[in-house]
Design a binder for this molecule. Structure first.
Ligand code: C2E
Ligand code: MG
Ligand code: MG
Ligand code: MG
Length: 294
């Protein structure tokens, strides 16, 4: 505890060398160093987005993209979000980062459209800490207004734990719903959603966690869970998308069981906005026609 360390150091005398010793272990220093670098990452231009296609399995059509944040630091290299999102959450930097991600992604949707490439939907991840700070709906509405993206084309992803562990989650989610954006539950099946609670939420989409997709054709339990989630989606009138689809067999399994939406390396790894335009932008004539007429 920093305050205790400070108190002890003061008690020992101002110029006491040990001021730093009690709490600043090598690991603590390293963490502080990374946190400091993270806090400056946006202004230094080290943060950028990749986008991963979401596809309709039977037609192969692009139905949307998920924005995924990346941090490229000269010293640390490419840091995966699983490493820096928790740090950003702990330090409160996540509010700034989350807003930046949303702005970039919404603006990119409009730019693609101007280039004749209409991506139907944009999915953006929200962190629990963004909920705790309140006024998230106002932030989202502001970013949509600034970028010019229609609210209905944005889908915000929250994990089950966010919904179940945030006191005012229902209120926040209702506020977002009123802004007109869609909501998806990410990593579905890994948390502890109460089904009764799920029914009350204005959520449109369940994303089957990729851990259940991985061994779908060899592990009977995973298979049963995936099928149960697809059925649950049907009964609650929610759309279901599978994450982490890596093989044709997995895609075929999903289609056979009534899930026609997928995201995963089988279709595309997350890629830059330019790569996405190059690879998907000319593929679907209907996209071009829609852009030309609308
Ligand atoms: P997520 O939202 O569940 O995103 C899907 C993750 O699965 C991404 O990892 C993606 O690259 C990876 N993935 C997609 N298809 C496949 C596949 O076929 N096989 C395998 N093995 N992996 C696949 P990524 O980009 O490393 O992101 C990890 C997590 O970090 C995300 O999980 C999300 O929870 C978080 N995250 C990423 N960007 C943001 C952001 O802008 N804000 C917040 N709050 N969290 C973010
Ligand atoms: Mg996600
Ligand atoms: Mg997920
Ligand atoms: Mg995840």
């Amino acid at each position: 505890n920093a305050d205790v360390a400070m108190y002890q150091a003061k008690a020992r005398g101002r110029n006491n060398f040990q001021f730093y010793a009690p709490s600043m272990t090598g690991e603590g220093l390293e963490r502080l160093r990374i946190e400091t670098m993270l806090r400056r990452s946006i202004e230094k231009g080290e943060i950028f987005l990749h986008y991963q296609p979401q596809v309709e399995i039977d037609s192969g059509r692009l139905i949307g993209v998920e924005a995924l944040v990346r941090w490229q630091n000269p010293e640390l290299g490419l840091v995966p979000p699983a490493r820096f999102i928790p740090l950003a959450e702990d330090t409160g930097f996540i509010s700034q980062l989350g807003e930046w991600v949303l702005e970039q992604a919404c603006t990119q949707m409009v730019r693609w459209q101007e280039a004749g490439f209409v991506v139907p939907k944009l999915a953006v991840n929200l962190s629990v800490r963004q909920f705790e700070r309140g006024s998230i709906a106002a932030m989202v509405a502001g970013v949509l207004h600034e970028s010019g993206l229609e609210p209905a084309r944005l889908q915000l992803e929250v994990t089950e734990s966010v919904i179940m562990n945030t006191g005012d989650a229902l209120q926040f989610i209702n506020d977002l719903h009123e802004v007109g954006v869609g909501l998806a539950i990410d990593d579905f099946g890994t948390g502890y959603s109460s089904l009764a609670y799920l029914k009350q939420l204005p959520v449109q989409t369940l994303k089957i966690d990729r851990s259940f997709i991985k061994d779908i054709s060899t592990d009977a339990n995973d298979e049963a869970i995936a099928v149960a989630i697809i059925q649950l989606g049907k009964s609650l009138n929610l759309s279901v998308i599978a994450e982490g689809v890596e093989t044709a067999e997995q895609a075929a399994f999903l289609l056979r069981h009534g899930c026609n939406r997928a995201q995963g390396y089988y279709y595309s790894k997350p890629a830059s906005a330019q790569e996405l335009l190059a690879r998907w932008g000319r593929r679907d004539e209907r996209n071009l026609i829609a852009a030309a007429t609308g």
